[in-house]
Design a protein around this ligand. Sequence first.
Ligand code: ATP
Length: 619
Amino acid sequence: MDGARSVKCWCWILQSAYTRTTPLQFSRVAEVYENIEATTKRLEMTDLLADLLKHASNEIIDKIVYLTQGRLGPTFSSVEMGIAEKLAIQVVARATGKDSSAIQASLTETGDIGETAELLLEKKTQSTLFKTLPLAVLDVYDTLEKMAQASGTGSMERKLGLLSGLLSRATPKEGKYLIRIVTGNLRLGIADMTLLDAMAIAYGRGKEARAVLERAYNISSDLGKVARILVDEGLESVSKFQVALGSPIRPMMAERLSTPEEILKKLGGRCMAEFKYDGERVQAHKDGQQVTLFSRRLEHITEQYPDAVELLQRHLKAKKAIVEAECVAVDAATGQLKPFQELMHRRRKYGVKEAMAEHPVSLFVFDVLYADGEDFTLVPYLKRHGKLKEIVPVEERVRTAQSRLVGSVTDLEQFFTRAVEEGCEGIMCKSVNEDSIYQAGARGWLWIKLKREYQSEMIDTVDLTVVGAFHGRGKRAGTYGAFLLAAYNQETDTFETVTKCGTGFTDEDLAKMKEIVDRHKIPHRHPRVESTIEADIWLEPSVVIEVLGAEITLSPVHATAMNAIREGSGLAIRFPRFTGRYRPERSAEDSTTTLEILGMYQNQLRKFNRDKQGTSTMS
Ligand code: ATP
């Protein structure tokens, strides 16, 4: 290296060390959030994030990650900010010296409590020549943690005091984001995968690092922790991440196909078929007598299911274990399986005991990810299955999922019919090949589901993300008349529009939808949304609803699977109807994928051709 280059290189190293050791100000974070909000380009969003991470010291890197996710820790930690709008109004009132009615009036105009805070703080700054002292990120985070932990009598007043104290020291821009964070309205729409990309750019060594970071995230579900270990100890330590009791593992998911023939072909002629029970997925962590339950979205649901906890305490034959099960509502008198909707009675904080007596559950355990010191996530399916049989006895209310090793279409069909007869949604067909590991956090072809509905004339229901809305007219004035819905493209991490849906909503649904989606309003199309249609209102991809359509057609206006079948055409769902099923347990990335829609289109085409052939042979 020549002299000049060497000096330049040293300057860069010193400068980056300096920026990372100087306490990061919250103003910088707010500025980056504002720039992220303004961009419509996904790559730019990642670069902005990477740059922010580069400027964070080791002490706060995890905190920046959590704040960007709008949280104070991973999903499974119980630190919840959960500040309701009503309380936020009081906070803004106290910090700006205005009364609550003035805040409410501004809120009616802006529709966003964050923007209202910004506007009123601006007025306060102008009128009082008031100068704020810089707010360090660490300060902000500590105060938010104290606020979230306040409980018991007088906690509301304490929360109010802490937050308004923080807000009165904030600049208008900082105030906007502070309030958005605490009310759960950050609306940046940054996916975990984008954060992983940004970490790899900021601290990793490109693609190689990305895979290591993702595996660590998939088995720990804690992006902040991954970032902290990465900057503290380097990529080598991240690659040694272990499955741990108490940290949920991101769930493996299934692809779908519509016939036993296709499934067997895809899985190499043989598979393990299991009943696909219609309940709630739980991941149970057992450590001695302590059992913790996590939902599919990795939230704590232990308190909801004391009966499931007791069943596992009593019957699971391993001191320490992580298993996955479907928790299904059963008829208290007959023990028969009941549909998923019945579990709604168990979604409550109070009256748990009564609900438990009236709506008991059974557990069907279908996988083991860890048992007494051994990590099973990279072990092939048949070995996991063997271990599962060893540690889960057959009891009345807890047992392994009904399964059968099958190698012919007739066997698979028979098993499917039996599953449906016994009240299941269909079957899960699992690869038994050597590479059949537990693909944490991924939807892949090692598990393929075959559901009842695929065999009907109508296409299957799909879960779509609401990315835009259209103002209602006439009877629907004041609410939205229709919504722009998108499928998730896993490869590009974007949401591609697939339909515009205004049917199936009752008046209550429309009021509820307005309330839900308005929390995610943004001023322009989100950078992760692919659309040629202009919505009246754009939304951060977050809300998921279930829709049933009549058929899938080629469409020049929808972005799903653009050019995959025909140049210049995407795929669209015709005659979509909201089924009435909101999917709060699902994140936008859990929506039906572009590939699934493509598969459905191809199936429909095959069926059409078969039917046509049938008619022509008959005639
Ligand atoms: P769906 O809407 O079809 O339930 P999903 O997106 O929730 O799909 P998938 O991965 O597509 O999830 O389907 C697997 C789901 O089926 C699991 O999340 C789990 O809740 C449920 N399930 C029921 N029985 C089984 C089983 N034997 N093995 C795996 N998953 C099962």
